[in-house]
Design a protein around this ligand. Structure first.
Ligand code: MG
Length: 329
């Protein structure tokens, strides 16, 4: 396949509610979409990673290029991404990530909405000073719901005693408590907590996943295709984790409907034994670039159409586009 034309489209997507983590507060996203035009039939998305190896970092951009070619390849074959992965499930359980709110009553209101909507699992963002109280309040109010927390690197190993106080709340896991390069410290922390440690930011490729598993730094891994350079590397991490008995789940990076659909297919693989952050489009956006991904009865359907199985809506795309760059070969 020869790519004749690539168009980079930047869209502006306001969030319906500010999303605060220990890093920052987001009120909108500016995702980049790739529109391609290709000719011919000799296709291989698997060569993208090697072809871009000389470019240091920029994993999300590399992942976007790989996605564009993978989608083209699959559409030429009239095959869905799920079918290519060998996924036979038709839906995956849908969890939701709840940001740091201004107050405990505000948080309880947000969680109540998501519990009422039927989400299969709730994740609370935490940071020092917003950890024990919100977890306690949510457990007391909502009882035995599937609950986990995400610190986004906000703690140090010296906070271990405070983090141990989360153990009685029977959380599914604590996600990325320490810095992204602190694999050894995560291994030490794992020996001090009964709550399973999940790594997110530390896992940037299959190699770092292998290191984390070998060191005992994580008993669970959050796989984000955007963070690891694409869906093929994400599938490799899944395979590695499955071989070592490490559970995985699919994280979210406030994807558009395109990424959300692809995540649902990935999460259909057998090692994804915990609900992911694959929520409905309406969790974040009043208007998606595709038909909205819908959470129903605690699950999101895996698209069965060719490629990633979703199409941008021309009118919505037109309204949201803030910049385009045309790269013609
Ligand atoms: Mg995370």
């Amino acid at each position: 396949m020869h790519i004749e034309r690539v168009e980079l489209i930047t869209v502006r997507m306001p969030l319906i509610h500010p999303f605060t983590t220990s890093f920052s507060t987001q009120t909108e996203r500016l995702p980049l979409l790739i529109r391609w035009q290709a000719a011919g039939h000799a296709v291989s998305a698997s060569t993208v990673g090697a072809a871009l190896e000389h470019v240091v970092g920029h994993r999300m951009a590399k992942g976007a290029l790989e996605m564009a070619i993978l989608d083209a390849q699959l559409r030429l074959r009239n095959m869905s991404f799920a079918a290519q992965l060998g996924v036979t499930r038709v839906s995956v359980p849908s969890g939701v990530s709840v940001g740091i709110e201004k107050s405990i009553p505000d948080l309880l209101g947000r969680v109540a909405d998501f519990v009422d909507q039927g989400y299969a699992r709730i994740k609370l963002k935490i940071q020092p000073g917003w950890d024990l109280e919100p977890v306690k309040a949510v457990r007391e109010r909502f009882g035995d719901i599937a609950l986990q927390v995400d610190a986004n690197t906000a703690y140090r190993l010296s906070d271990a005693q405070r983090l141990r106080r989360l153990d009685p709340f029977d959380l599914l896991l604590i996600e990325q408590p320490l810095g992204e390069e602190d694999l050894r410290q995560h291994a030490l922390l794992a020996g001090l907590l009964t709550t399973p440690i999940c790594l997110d930011e530390s896992i940037v490729d299959a190699r770092s996943a292998a290191d984390a598993i070998a060191l005992g730094a994580a008993s669970v891994i959050n796989i984000k295709p955007g963070r690891v350079g694409g869906y093929l590397e994400a599938a490799r991490i899944h395979d590695l984790a499955l071989a070592h008995g490490v559970a995985v789940w699919c994280g979210g990076m406030l994807e558009t409907g395109i990424g959300r659909a692809a995540n649902a297919a990935l999460a259909g693989l057998p090692g994804f034994t915990l609900p992911g952050d694959i929520s409905g489009s309406d969790r974040f956006y009043a208007q998606d670039v595709t038909e909205p991904i819908v959470m129903k009865d605690g699950a999101v359907s895996i698209p069965g159409g060719p490629g990633f199985g979703v199409e941008p809506l021309p009118a919505a795309l037109g309204e949201m586009t803030v910049h385009t760059l045309d790269l013609t070969a």
